[in-house]
Design a protein around this ligand. Sequence first.
Ligand code: BGC
Ligand code: BGC
Length: 616
Amino acid sequence: MKAKSHWLVLWVVLLTGIVTLRAAELPYRDASLPIDQRVEDLLNRMTLDEKIGQMTLIEKNSITPADITRHFIGGLLSGGGGYPTPNTAENWAAMVDGFQARALETRLAIPLIYGADGVHGHNNLYGATIFPHNIGLGATRNPELVRAICAATAEEMMATGVYWNYAPMIAVPQDIRWGRTYEGYSEATAIVSALGSSCVKGMQGDTVQVLATPKHYLGDGATAWGSSAYEDYQIDQGVAMVDEITLREIHLPPYKAALDAGAMSIMITFSGWGETKVSSNQYLITNLLKGELGFQGFTVSDWGAIDQISPDYAEAVVSAINAGIDMNMVPYDAERFIATMQAAVADGRIPLGRIDDAVRRILRVKFMMGLFERPFSQPDLLETVGSAENRALARQAVAQSLVLLRNEAEALPLAKSVPTLFVAGVAADDIGIQSGGWTIEWQGKEGAITPGTTLLEGIEATVSAETTVIYDRLGRFRNARDSAGNLLNAEVGIVVVGERPYAEGRGDAADLSLSEPDRSLIERVRQRVDTLIVIVISGRPLIISEQLPLAEAWVAAWLPGSEGQGVADVLFGDQPFVGRLPYTWPRSMDQLPFDFATLAPDEPLFPFGYGLAGDS
Ligand code: BGC
Ligand code: BGC
């Protein structure tokens, strides 16, 4: 394996040398010229096939290396779970560099741009730092923290040559039954604007080191239950049933903020508004985003979203391109897309001017990013992947994201010297569960899927040397007995309950009640401890009204990611509770979706912005 990748590197170096020699004298290759001049010079040299190639974004396993060259492919991506085998940073870098070398073999040697969803760290990569999902960052209300997290994510991505990140997700989710609620920072527009724009700044740095892609424009957070026509999805990919004023007041401001922060690529939502899919909505994409908001970068369609515009594929492609889609995430069928584009340009249904506009936008961004000068991965950054420094940042973020919902009798913070501590619940000792969806796999996965510290490990590392910690997944603690064989109780019990990993579509849920096993777990442990703490690991508020009185303290920990130590830091008082609810917490399912315009403060179980300080 080692020897093989050395050969690849050597080959890539040789090839870059040849390409540089051949094209070095052309103006577009001259980094000292203004970007617009370079764009025009290059555009004028391109054939129609080369232009269409630039507009084509393909899933990495759905094209042969030779076809990358043959079709002048402009972009490749890893979808959720799109890792190479073995899933190491070195192997990612070799994979992406290998594809890049194929793009550089083309006549004009235009580098491709490689994308992935780094929505909470470089999360498809085994061993990357996994940060809390955005819902937890929304609880921190801390733009500087978000900026640092997105910069650290960018660093880990650059190490592997992935210079394009499909993040931040800046939806303003209005219905927590949506399975993408946790990808959103908050139900409140102002918080999404502040944190989303900070993320763009952190990820891109001063030089667009990694291209951020705020998504999904526009109104994905407004889609209504039951409006999705896709598979068995309910909300995801559905229809935003709101008027234009609402769209502009609630869902648009985060995009304005992201553009002000320098966003140069925007992903268009799968969902619809009114009668049409947004992917074919010229008013929203061309008039509003590119015209009114002055967006100079390029738009990218979502995964196969074009296919949903119309059963007639040619019609779908024509309306998407004419609506203003520049880069097309096709993602499996390069040949079909390219052939359809060629025919549509030939018979005038797509004007050449539209093609040139799209390609100009894509090239502008590639030049801005310095991809022509630096197309390959950055091996000197490999040591940042899952580094102690990035993990420390994630641990800090976890601590700040916790929201203290209830704290009777000053149960929290706990004394580290507690003699006996019971810990229960499968989620207490499972990296996969605490990381949620978009972690190694698209929908996430339970188990030891990537290195990190579980909540249990964090607790064990924090308590005094004299403390006995007993973990029992099912909370029976049958082995905790005195010499006479009687069951022993503990001073403190910590029960971890909540949701199992899910992502888009499959996470749409009609019922957010605590599961039956979780409810009985709480009741069972309650019998055996003096003080009970419940920690909720979930991608959104769950219905806990009936169980609430059973425990002295309740903590919402969201989906903290790989650094579970951050939870223990706060439980035992090394860090304060500072998190505040980014979403309104319902009492019962029949309150959903909330009508925020008429909601009285005492109607929900906990209002938006609620969060106790541990010392009160
Ligand atoms: C999701 C996007 C994601 C894309 C690529 C889509 O299904 O909606 O958020 O960026 O896949 O993985
Ligand atoms: C991919 C995801 C993508 C999804 C869309 C999955 O197979 O891994 O990245 O978002 O399909 O349906």
